[in-house]
Design a protein around this ligand. Structure first.
Ligand code: AMP
Length: 298
């Protein structure tokens, strides 16, 4: 595992470009088993580069940019037990530097859900992802389905800007009781940790009602309402994230968000609805749908 601390070190990645594919897993650090699962998944396709960068532009005023957990040594220790090839941990100046005026503006997929609660968030995400893709130049990039809207917003950018990278969405890793792993779970006190399970319970109610033939999410929203600090509990159609009154037979995203003390947590499940029932699926035609990506996507 080599550690690259600045943009000047990136030439060292060239050793892994052939035969490739070079695989990229962007993160903000504070790593947990969810992140490590992305690395392990990527390693089956090619050498994996993990970036660790807390991106200032995706945090809004009053959000947790300054207090976001940062511990590079702990992250590197966790990564040493994975098949990672390189870690890229740039400084803000490496990524934003001078003049840093050009940004990416997210499209329609960013309008609702977290985009509505966090104005400008997805513009910041897309700007940093575009920059990191330009610096690392991977053949394939893996994102967690846990951040489903993020996956779809990035997918729209890659398509619209014709970026030469293939995207894969990886399944959400959960604690044994169902809580989705998140760097922000470490903000939770014991009472908040117990309440946080309400997100998963609401998704389970939503799934059960859809499996029973309902085509709305009233029951899921009612279940989440028992958790304080609800932000949203919605169903959206994948990939464009429309919000019809009644869900069609299609791939749908059940998505929930709530604020628990300092932590704003999100979770979701992706379900394919059909006359035969409901089945968990992926967002981007990644591993759930097809064989391992080849390195011929440029
Ligand atoms: P973050 O460091 O929170 O920006 O996350 C970096 C990447 O890890 C993103 O693609 C996330 O979607 C993904 N990720 C975060 N939590 C999980 C999880 N519990 N399971 C799978 N992937 C995750």
């Amino acid at each position: 595992m080599i550690v690259l601390r600045g943009a000047a070190d990136l030439a060292r990645l060239d050793a892994w470009r052939q035969p490739g594919p070079l695989v990229f897993v962007p993160t903000m650090g504070a790593l947990h088993e969810g992140h490590l699962s992305l690395v392990r998944q990527g390693a089956q396709w090619g050498p994996v580069v993990v970036s660790i960068f807390v991106n200032p532009t995706q945090f809004g005023p009053g959000e947790d940019f300054r207090s976001y957990p940062r511990d590079l040594d702990a992250d590197l220790a966790l990564l040493r037990d994975t098949p990672v090839a390189a870690v890229f941990a740039p400084a803000v100046a490496d990524v934003y530097g001078e003049p840093g005026e050009v940004t990416v503006r997210a499209g329609r997929r960013a309008a609702g859900l977290c985009g509505a609660s966090r104005p400008g968030h997805f513009d910041g995400v897309l700007t940093v992802v575009a920059k990191l893709l330009g610096m690392v130049r991977p053949d394939l990039a893996i994102f967690g389905r846990k951040d489903a809207q993020q996956c779809l917003v990035i997918d729209q950018m890659v398509r619209d800007l014709r970026l030469p990278v293939r995207l894969v969405d990886a399944p959400t890793v959960r604690e044994p009781d169902g809580l989705a792993m998140s760097s922000r779970n470490r903000y939770l006190g014991p009472a908040e940790r117990a309440r946080a399970l309400g997100l998963w319970r609401a998704l389970e109610v939503g799934r059960a009602r859809l499996a029973a033939g309902e085509r709305t999410t009233a029951a899921m929203a009612a279940e989440l309402a028992a958790t304080d600090g609800v932000d949203y509990a919605e169903a959206r159609v994948v990939p464009e994230l429309e919000r019809p009154e009644e869900l069609p037979e299609a791939t749908v995203l059940l998505a929930v968000a709530a604020r628990l003390g300092r932590a704003r947590l999100i979770d979701n499940i992706v379900l394919r609805l059909s006359p035969q029932g409901v089945e968990e699926t992926g967002l981007l035609g990644g591993p759930a749908q097809g064989p391992a990506p080849a390195g011929d996507n440029r």
